[in-house]
Design a protein around this ligand. Structure first.
Ligand SMILES: Nc1ncnc2c1ncn2[C@@H]1O[C@H](COP(=O)(O)OP(=O)(O)OP(=O)(O)O)[C@@H](O)[C@H]1O
Length: 225
């Protein structure tokens, strides 16, 4: 039997940014289903840019990214959007919680975009809000939340549709150690119980401690810590 291909596969990736800088020169990475990888690295080295490329939100200048064996490069915008909605959960560094939707509607968004059952989506969104310690807050709006609460809404939204690939940019950056531990357990459960693959960009040792592999991003690519 041939070996299964990794859930996320990155080959020889590089991105040029002005004025004349090449980020992560020729990066290779394979993340299996059921694996949680933490990526550390100095500020400005390219961690957020890498995550955006992995999600098909930005394009590399060299190399390729495959999610579940599908190369992102050749996909048109509609196909990329579909793949992102259905298969990827993304926690942005700036959260991007929509201010004109309730928190429940924000969390339910990934479900509402692919499935018409609004009641089931709302109920699952409530469940996820409870899982991040925000039970009963579904009718609230982003403007009433602290930074750490917003971050937890973003995490609930990223996990609500049980994505195959979880990409998170500093997902515990605004959280106290106890709350951070709680949300890290959610990522770990998605990976260990459901077989998702996760890439978490972090500066936190607590996050690194739950990872199967800890890598450091440098100008030359990823190195094992
Ligand atoms: N479109 C762009 N145009 C110009 N420069 C860019 C562009 N995208 C990224 N950069 C530069 O690439 C570098 C990497 O940025 P990135 O946000 O990925 O770093 P990071 O490792 O996530 O940093 P931090 O830990 O501070 O969030 C930065 O110097 C940034 O200014």
């Amino acid at each position: 039997m041939p070996a299964l291909s990794p859930l996320l596969s990155v080959r020889d990736l590089a991105k040029s940014v002005p004025p004349a800088r090449r980020l992560f020169g020729g990066l290779d990475l394979a993340v299996e289903a059921g694996e949680l990888v933490a990526i550390l690295g100095e500020s400005g080295v390219g961690k957020s840019t890498l995550l955006n490329i992995l999600a098909g939100l930005d394009d590399a200048d060299e190399g390729e990214v495959l999610v579940e064996g599908v190369a992102l490069g050749p996909l048109d915008e509609a196909a990329r959007t579909r793949l992102r909605r259905e298969r990827i959960g993304f926690v942005f560094q700036a959260f991007h919680i929509l201010p004109y939707l309730t928190l429940r509607q924000n969390v339910a968004l990934p479900l509402a975009l692919v499935r018409p059952d609004a009641r089931a989506a709302a109920s699952r969104a409530e469940e996820m809000l409870g899982a991040v310690g925000l039970a009963g807050r579904g009718d609230g709006y982003a403007r009433d939340l602290s930074g750490g609460e917003l971050q937890r809404v973003a995490i609930a939204r990223a996990l609500v549709h049980s994505p195959a690939l979880i990409l998170a940019d500093e997902p515990t950056g605004n959280l106290d150690p106890e709350t951070a531990g709680r949300v890290l357990a959610l990522f770990a459960d998605a990976v260990r119980e459901r077989g998702a693959a996760a890439v978490l960009v972090t500066h936190s040792e607590a996050t690194a401690a739950v990872a199967d592999r800890v890598l450091t991003l440098t100008a030359e690519g990823l190195v094992e810590r």
